[in-house]
Ligand binder design. Sequence first.
Ligand SMILES: NC(=O)c1ccc[n+]([C@@H]2O[C@H](COP(=O)([O-])OP(=O)(O)OC[C@H]3O[C@@H](n4cnc5c(N)ncnc54)[C@H](OP(=O)(O)O)[C@@H]3O)[C@@H](O)[C@H]2O)c1
Length: 158
Amino acid sequence: MPPTDRHPIIMAAMGTGLAPFRAFIQHRAYLKRSGKEIGPVVLYFGCRYSKKDYLYGDELAAFSAEGVLTDLKVAFSRDQKEKFYVQHHIDRDPELLYKRLITQQGFFYLCGSAKQVPIDIRAAVVKAIVEISNTTEEMASDLVNQMQIKGQYNVEAW
Ligand SMILES: NC(=O)c1ccc[n+]([C@@H]2O[C@H](COP(=O)([O-])OP(=O)(O)OC[C@H]3O[C@@H](n4cnc5c(N)ncnc54)[C@H](OP(=O)(O)O)[C@@H]3O)[C@@H](O)[C@H]2O)c1
């Protein structure tokens, strides 16, 4: 976890990958309710259908209303004809990802399927860094590698 509770946490959860992040968010909520200062909490969440699969929608909305969850970006992949995934939110708003991860030195956590998801989301993170900082893809990719080594970019995939 980040060295302080004021560092942002940025979570990308696919489906059942939300499970560990409920605990991350609940912990920050506990700190906030205890009067402690907490940093931004960003959740990108992807599931198939809003009606069938967004099981913790009410809980997440309550955390947003409470100011614990700073940014909630949800992608329902099968509610429309074209697939819409978590990384499309990053593509749409690269400034948000860049601000929380690079400017504010947040810690990134990805949890979900091990096949294509970590590759695609990493590519979106690299692309956001390239777009906002005007660097090369190679340098942005190196930066993410360094973050991974330092524990600032974490993947739990199965
Ligand atoms: N029977 C059911 O109704 C049902 C419903 C949900 C899950 N399941 C099963 O339950 C198990 C766990 O499912 P889960 O909820 O953890 O995961 P999941 O439903 O398989 O995936 C979660 C979300 O990740 C999306 N996704 C797929 N490829 C992606 C990529 N490259 N980048 C970003 N997002 C991507 C999926 O979209 P797409 O799948 O639309 O591409 C879906 O919206 C699986 O075995 C699944 O088959 C069954």
